[in-house]
Write a protein that binds this ligand. Sequence first.
Ligand code: TXA
Ligand code: MG
Length: 325
Amino acid sequence: MARLLSIRDPDTLTLAVEALRRGEAVAVPTETVYGLAADATNPAAIAAIYEAKGRPRFNPLISHVSDLDMAKAHVAVSPLAETLAQAFWPGALTLVLPLSETGGIHPLATAGLPTAAVRMPEGFARELIAAFGRPLAAPSANRSGRVSPTSARHVEQDLGDRIGLILDGGRCRIGVESTIVAVDDAGLRLLRPGGIPVEAIEEVAGMKVARHAARAGEAVIAPGMLVSHYAPDSAVRLNVSEVRPGETLIRFGGAPVAGEDRAAAVLDLSPAGDLREAAANLFDYLKRADATGGTGIAVAPVPGHGLGEAINDRLARAAAPRDPA
Ligand code: TXA
Ligand code: MG
């Protein structure tokens, strides 16, 4: 089983850097979700991530950096990209940028694309990257297709028998993955809604972010390519106005839902109607709803503005038809 170390323990940083130098994949807390991190320049280390996750190889990874200079060593940062990085880094914004010719991010981390997804995380994760001195490739630290982990316990449940080291930083502050935006000559394109609302990005950029506008022939469209993503074990029904007896209800804003007195359990993402709180609780509540042993999960409507866009995106994936595998 994986060893669990608190990020507050003074030896943790050193032990984690040593594991990364050996080419191991280490579970690391970030402000969005826990990542399964490994040296983005080392193909064997990246392979260790794919192996632990059981992830399809065509899905490229985010490379995490500790500062803008580290990003610039690996990708071409346009003035527009730099404006966004200055405004939102460290933070929950991932930029997809052209690889630079001299960069060292390995093609296994980019799935051979001419671009790389780059993000600077907050806090301990950033300190770890700075101490390691190279970008860390890190997808969410869950088995492929499963709900992303927002606590060390979630990681342990999903990957505890497949990795050596889990760093425990408590609960993730934001709780949904980063917003992914491609930056190129044509402007900005949203590849995945996430922890930074699109409206905030548009305000800083002074331009619209195109939605659902992946270019024809583009090899990868983040992560909707895999229709069922973030899948709980139970069947999920969305936008319900009435709960069926025995279902577990996930609702929002303290609003009662018809039939909830006969629900197996009632979980409110944010009784006060705060979308930030709802995002932070989302993945944990999906897991908890799974654990109640109800006949299914019924989800009442969640508003779509701000962080609600990311919440509704993840809920739609949780409810999508499953692969037969
Ligand atoms: O908050 C987050 O983003 C978390 C934490 C750990 O940083 N990471 C995360 O990684 O969610 P992951 O691998 O689960 O999702 C990254 C997404 C993938 O769906 C992939 O398709 C997309 O980023 N992506 C990566 N590189 C890309 C590229 N060059 N072009 C387009 N999409 C890319
Ligand atoms: Mg993921």
